[in-house]
Design a protein around this ligand. Structure first.
Ligand code: FAD
Ligand code: EPU
Length: 355
């Protein structure tokens, strides 16, 4: 028996957290890395557009997918090397990310606590280098194992080759080429906790924790996230819809002079600043806005929501209007964080203006 199952004209509504309707011409559930190699041995599949779909928590289907959607079910999880002070953990792509966080903490390993409760799979974690509460997953990734569609085999890419950045990696830039099959993470048994992100210390204090350990931090982060972000099980969404824009020092200075309340943080080494997209959108009055079933969360201005029956195209149209209004008011271009499928990506507002 082969290690994959194929379905034609497959519905994707239950496979994306926006819960928008879309269909895939072909859907393959793959149960092993071997299954992947078998699948791509079919000549017709070599040339089809391929979309790897994890839990669909960072995609927006604005239309159907005309090719193959790949869902990776392999979920082996183990410690492959242990020096006492640290361990190398290998997790296959289909493992749920938050299950991995809990599993590592349960094995006395730390590092991933600030990344607790991020939805999605392990296979998707390196794609945009998931990050939250002052930590990014790249800090712990030793290597990523990925099927290279150009070469037709699995490669092991070391951390530097992955070219991680803020919500960015080589995999995100070449989505048709790489299919992540497993991730290797080197995790220490002791490390200073990262508690500086706004609200973390306060949450620990509210929990009555005076000497926090990594599992306490994971619990504090989970509590903050549950309060701040709408739950996709209750209302369709994909977390932050836009990246926080990174601007030059000059632009940041001008904006801070005009809008002293605008949250901004240093980004990178050349004086750039990362601005709060939520604040920019909130200031344009979008929080809680609703057009039919497409809307902006009343809880968090950076989160677009599907109140029930919105299509991906309606959510995308709203996103475009939001980006345009932020550009008109602040001169800052917002870039979508989720991958937009079945439509052109959001153009830079200047291009809209020039059109
Ligand atoms: P999908 O949405 O299925 O896919 C996302 C992208 O990765 C697509 O381009 C897809 O093709 C590609 N991909 C997925 N798996 C693979 C693979 N195995 N190989 C190659 N490409 C692959 N993100 C953060 O960084 N920080 C947060 O704090 C955060 N909070 C969130 C909160 C909520 C409520 C939600 C809904 C989302 C949040 N996200 C956050 C975004 C999302 O959780 C992450 O991007 C996550 O890694 C997506 O996982 P997924 O399995 O759902 O990927
Ligand atoms: N803010 C507003 N209005 C709002 C919400 C927030 O003005 O409606 C302001 C807050 O006052 C705060 C600032 O925006 O000063 C930042 O808010 P928050 O701490 O919620 O973080 P964020 O920048 O909006 C980023 C990530 C999240 C991640 C959190 C925590 C991006 C695009 N988003 O959000 O990631 O969980 O920080 O680290 O970088 C995701 O990627 O999907 C995601 C949820």
């Amino acid at each position: 028996m082969s290690d994959f199952t194929l379905i034609e004209d497959a519905p994707l509504v239950a496979r994306n957290t926006f819960r928008v309707p879309a269909r895939a011409a072909l859907l393959a559930d793959v149960r092993s890395a071997q299954g992947l190699t078998e699948l791509f041995a079919f000549p017709r599949l070599k040339t089809l557009p391929v979309l790897v779909l994890g839990e669909g928590s960072n995609v927006l289907f604005a239309g159907d997918w005309p090719g193959l959607v790949l869902s990776l079910a392999m979920a082996d999880l183990r410690i492959v090397e242990d020096s006492g002070d640290a361990a190398l953990v290998r997790a296959e792509a289909g493992v749920n990310w938050n299950d991995l966080v809990g599993w590592t903490l349960g094995h006395g390993l730390c590092g991933l606590e600030n990344l607790a409760l991020i939805p999605g799979t392990v296979g998707a974690a390196p794609i945009q280098n998931i990050g939250a509460y002052g930590v990014e997953v790249r800090e712990f990734i030793e290597a990523v194992e990925a099927f290279d569609r150009l070469a037709g085999r699995i490669e092991r890419l070391d951390n530097a080759t992955c070219a991680f950045g803020y919500r960015d990696s080589i995999f995100k830039r070449e989505p048709e080429r790489w299919i992540v099959t497993a991730v290797e993470l080197r995790l220490p048994r002791e490390r200073p906790l990262k508690l500086d992100y706004a609200g973390v210390r306060e949450e620990l204090a509210a929990m009555g924790v005076t000497a926090p350990r990594a599992p306490h931090v994971a619990e504090a982060i989970a509590r903050i996230r549950t309060r701040k972000l709408p739950n996709p099980a209750l209302i369709g969404n994909a977390g932050s819809f836009f990246k926080n824009p990174v601007v030059s020092a000059d632009v940041a200075e001008r904006l801070k002079a005009e809008h002293p309340a605008l949250p901004a943080w240093p980004a990178g080494s050349d004086g750039d600043s990362k601005l709060s997209a939520a604040w920019l959108i909130d200031s344009c009055g979008w929080r809680g806005h609703r057009e039919g079933d497409a809307g902006v969360s009343a809880q968090h201005a950076l989160v677009l929501v599907n109140h029930g029956q919105a299509s991906g195209a309606q959510i995308l149209a709203l996103a475009r209007r939001i980006a345009q209004s932020v550009y008109d008011r602040f001169g800052v271009a917002l870039e979508a964080e989720p991958r937009i499928l079945g439509a052109q990506p959001i153009p830079k507002p200047r291009e809209i203006l020039d059109a």
